[in-house]
Structures are given as C-alpha cells and as structure tokens.
Ligand binder design. Structure first.
Ligand code: CU
Length: 284
C-alpha cells in the first residue's frame, strides 16, 4: 500500500521533527519564544521527568500511528464501493483477548517507571539545607531556618524597573539563593489562600496550603537563575508572583548568607513595600 506507507512515513518524520525541535526551543530556567517542549533540566529529578516524558511521547506516537493506519486501511479497503457486501462477523475470541491484554501490558510498562519517578520526587534525601517558601497574596517569602533563620519577601520587578536581560513577569527583587550541587529541602506553605511553588527546570511543583507544610526537594546541578511561577489560581495578581531561584557556588552562598542576615534583620521593622505594609490580602 504505497499511500499508507507514505502516510505513516510523513507522520513519523513529523514526530521526529516535533521531538527534536522541542529540545532546540526549550530554555534553561525560563521559557523561550516558540518553546514546545519542557524547559531544560537542571536537577536529577527533572532529568528523570524529561526521560519519562520522551518515553511516553514515543509510546503515544506509536499508538496514534497504529490507530491511524488501521483507520486508513478501513477507509480504503472496506468502503461501500470497494466492499459492497460487508462481512457479518461479530466475535473473534483471539482478537478480543489480544485487545484486552496488549493495553494492560502497555499500562504496566508505563506504570513501573511512573511510580519509580513518583518515589524519587517524594522521598527527600538527606538535606544539606532547608528553605521555607511561604506563598502570600501576591508574593513569596523565603526563610532560612538553618542559616540564621532570617526571612525576606520576594516581589515581582515591574516592567519599568527591569534591567537588560531580566525576563518580564519572572524577575523578583529578592531572589531565593541556594548553593549548587546541594540537596535543598523546601518547606512550602500558604499564608492566606492556596498557592503553588513551581520551578520547571528543577522539576518541582507543590501546593502552598494555609495551615499545613508541604515538602519537596531539588539539587541544582548548574549555576544560574531559574524561574518559576505560582501555579495555583490564587487571586487577581496570581500572574505576578514569580519564583526566582539563584544557584551559586558554595563560597558565594556563604557570602550571601552573611550579608542577608544583616540586610534582612535590619529591614525587619521596615515593610518592603506599601502592599506588605497594608497587611497582605485585600481582595480575593
Ligand atoms: Cu497563584
């Protein structure tokens, strides 16, 4: 069937293009124009998520192609013109067993790596450092309980205040700073409504829920700034509470901690902005 083979070849080429273009358009730490794949990975968990995503992509592509080919065969060979007297077969035991067993096998093949990944995400390894992130309407506060327990607010930088190279809607005035190649244990909670702490390149996303503390972890493998956004609809400024994580060397982190201790304890009595001074939530 030349038509069919040409059709499936086109679909296959399209799939390969899609997969490779996705990699080319994916940004590290932030989205890029025309991105169609996940952001590039900067943590072991995200490595596994990316691999699992690619694995699922090929399984779904194979299933879609298979169904497409079956449909094409039926359309071409069994239409009313080429096949005027249809078969009256209603049951075929081997085929019925097959179309029950094969999907079960496919699901089992997907379930095993899926559960393995889930355990990697949920099982926090021994942390090198803990950071608590609190979601508020509409900014984040970070505290460092094992580095002097200072806390600071992180607000979005307005368009007019952006410096060259800083991404719009993602840049924050005070970034969360962590050392590279260290296990960071993140405690996440919400102060008013439910928010969600998400950094795509680290493969983390967890609900910030008032009255309870959730936990997640990441180990950043590259230095740089990694951006995320609140991912739970939390009110009118939901789109304006970015998460900016700066990953630095261990030495730079120690320097930052000593400066931050002074800076944020001195600022304790001074509200970071009028909004914080007003006491947070004003409308929902
Ligand atoms: Cu939100």
């Amino acid at each position: 069937m030349p038509v069919l083979s040409r059709l499936s070849a086109t679909a296959l080429i399209f799939g390969i293009l899609l997969a490779s273009a996705g990699a080319a358009f994916a940004g590290l730490g932030q989205p890029t124009p025309w991105q169609i794949d996940l952001q590039e990975s900067a943590s072991p968990v995200m490595d596994q998520i990316s691999t699992f995503n690619t694995f699922l992509f090929w399984i779904t592509t194979a299933i879609a192609l298979f169904v497409l080919i079956l449909l094409a065969i039926i359309i071409v060979r069994f239409n009313a013109r080429t096949n005027p007297t249809p078969s009256r077969t209603t049951h075929n035991t081997p085929i019925e067993i097959l179309w029950t067993i094969v999907p079960v096998i496919i699901l089992a093949v997907i379930a095993v790596p899926s559960f393995r990944l889930l355990f990697v995400q949920l099982d926090v390894p021994k942390p090198d450092l803990t950071v608590k992130a609190t979601g508020k309407q509409w900014f984040w506060s970070y505290s460092y309980p094992d580095n002097g327990n200072f806390e600071f607010d992180s607000l979005m930088v307005q368009d007019k205040d952006l410096k060259p190279g800083q991404p719009r809607l993602l840049t924050a005035d005070n970034e969360m700073v962590v050392p590279v190649n260290k296990v960071v244990h993140v405690l996440v909670t919400g102060a008013d409504v439910i928010h969600s702490f998400t950094v795509p390149s680290f493969g983390i996303r967890i609900g910030a829920i008032p009255g309870r503390v959730n936990e997640t972890w990441f180990k950043a493998t590259t230095e740089g700034v990694f951006y995320g956004q609140c991912s739970e609809l939390c009110g009118k400024d939901h789109s304006f509470m970015p998460i900016a994580v700066r990953v630095v060397s261990e030495g730079d982190f120690a320097t930052w901690v000593s400066e931050a201790k002074k800076k944020y304890s001195a600022e304790d009595s001074v509200p970071t902005n009028a909004f914080a001074a007003a006491g947070g939530p004003s409308s929902r």
